[in-house]
Write a protein that binds this ligand. Sequence first.
Ligand SMILES: NCC(=O)CCC(=O)O
Ligand SMILES: [Mg+2]
Length: 324
Amino acid sequence: MQQLRRNRRLRTNEAIRSLVRENTITPHDFLVPLFVVEGKGVQEEIASMPGYYRYSLDLLKNEVKELWSMGLKSVLLFVKVPDTLKDNKGTEALNPDGLMQRAVKTVKEVTPDMLVMTDVALDPYSSYGHDGIVKNGYIVNDETCEVLAEMSLSHAQAGADFVAPSDMMDGRILSIREILEEENYVNTGIMSYSAKYASAFYGPFRDALDSAPGFGDKKTYQMDFANREEAIKETLMDIEEGADIVMVKPGLCYLDLVREVRDNVDVPVAVYQVSGEYAMLKAAAEKGWLDHDAVMLEQIMAFKRAGAHIIASYFAKDVVKLLG
Ligand SMILES: NCC(=O)CCC(=O)O
Ligand SMILES: [Mg+2]
């Protein structure tokens, strides 16, 4: 039989390839993580995340203005808390004049339409570096949920559009949704880190915030990376409890779950390309072993192809600059 179908016809030049391309990358895909520190005039590069910085509030202003001008309209805020303010209960997290609360106000002041999401977890505030209150060496669940709910309310009061609980306690989405409803923050959204795995890829992030666990690991609350079905269970439970957006984290090694979650839910799906993923590419590119920009775009496109609606990535600015 004569060959009638030739798939290569659709690949003959860039014009036809772009015409039939199934996925595209735009600035609207991204959620930009930002690290905030106390001080003035501070822009510190994170050693294990070359090209990524912690900003004091004054310089954060310039950064978010630049993001806005590039079409990057959503940020996810993290704070680095001084050791002297850390304790077991994360008391400082509830300070209405704490760094996170001031960071939210700062972003809203200079870029009022920027979507501001806040990290909700105890680890940056915890003297143990854990995502919850520690009792007898165990990270207790329900008491932690109460603090996370109070913390979310405090972020909402400061002006956050979304709170993003990243801790993996059971039932925290319900606790947070209830307090927000009771206090009339009905339009404050919740982006749940619903399927967050206990991963070694978070190493550089813990350098960035000085938040590495002081003992043990996070395996009693974050998920076992051997598991797939559990990710669907976790995600569906968070949606039932009131999550508006769900997330799979880390990113690249978990693309199977991004697709599977996407196929199983009716809310937007986010993926977090984490610090270790960023560091790996930066390191390989520095050595001249990988083409930084080409690999970066291939990775971001992989998230789109897997079905992510939202990509939290330290590459957001690099990608948008490259797209021109
Ligand atoms: N709760 C936020 C993270 O754990 C981020 C991890 C990373 O970027 O490695
Ligand atoms: Mg859960």
